[in-house]
Design a protein around this ligand. Structure first.
Ligand SMILES: [Zn+2]
Ligand SMILES: [Zn+2]
Length: 161
């Protein structure tokens, strides 16, 4: 938890955050990794603002070929912090409890909202052969995939009728 008491009572103008969140493998497609958050919390005449960046260092799986690769696209962090909500402001605000905020939780939420839901190792990744399972980026197995597709179409037509 990040204590904001000094910020709220005016004895500090800003509080800096530099923290590593361990074990970010809670999302689909992520094998393992951490995220470093660098941010500053400031008190703008009573409006508490958290601003900074999350730098992920993740090992992810390609959704097409299954290869593991590194992902480190930074995520911008910007949120207002309050101790109580007015009506339907939930999305814009982070709620503090006992004048503190949970940085781990904020980073996890940001990753859930902002990180891709599937990762592709490269834009033109050819994926795996649906017949023999080989990596089509590495070799052309020569399987006749169109043949398989047409047979499935016949079955599909059969069931449609
Ligand atoms: Zn791939
Ligand atoms: Zn094949």
């Amino acid at each position: 938890m990040l204590d904001l008491k000094k910020l709220l009572d005016g004895s500090k103008d800003s509080v800096t955050v530099s923290q590593t969140v361990e074990d970010c493998s809670f999302l689909d497609g992520i094998d393992c990794g951490t995220a470093v958050v660098e941010a500053v919390v400031t008190n703008h005449s009573g409006v508490i603002v958290l601003e900074g960046e999350i730098k992920p260092a993740l090992t992810v799986f390609c959704a097409r070929c299954g290869k593991q690769f590194g992902y480190s696209e930074p995520i911008k962090l910007f949120a207002k912090i309050t101790d109580k909500l007015a009506n339907d402001d939930e999305d814009e605000f982070i709620i503090m409890e006992n004048f503190a905020i949970d940085i781990d939780e904020i980073v996890r939420s940001a990753l859930i909202l902002e990180a891709p839901t599937r990762y592709i190792c490269k834009e033109d990744c050819k994926g795996l052969c649906p017949k023999c399972g080989c990596d089509l980026n590495l070799r052309d197995c020569g399987c006749d995939v169109s043949d398989r597709d047409s047979r499935w179409d016949v079955l599909k037509d059969f069931f449609d009728e």
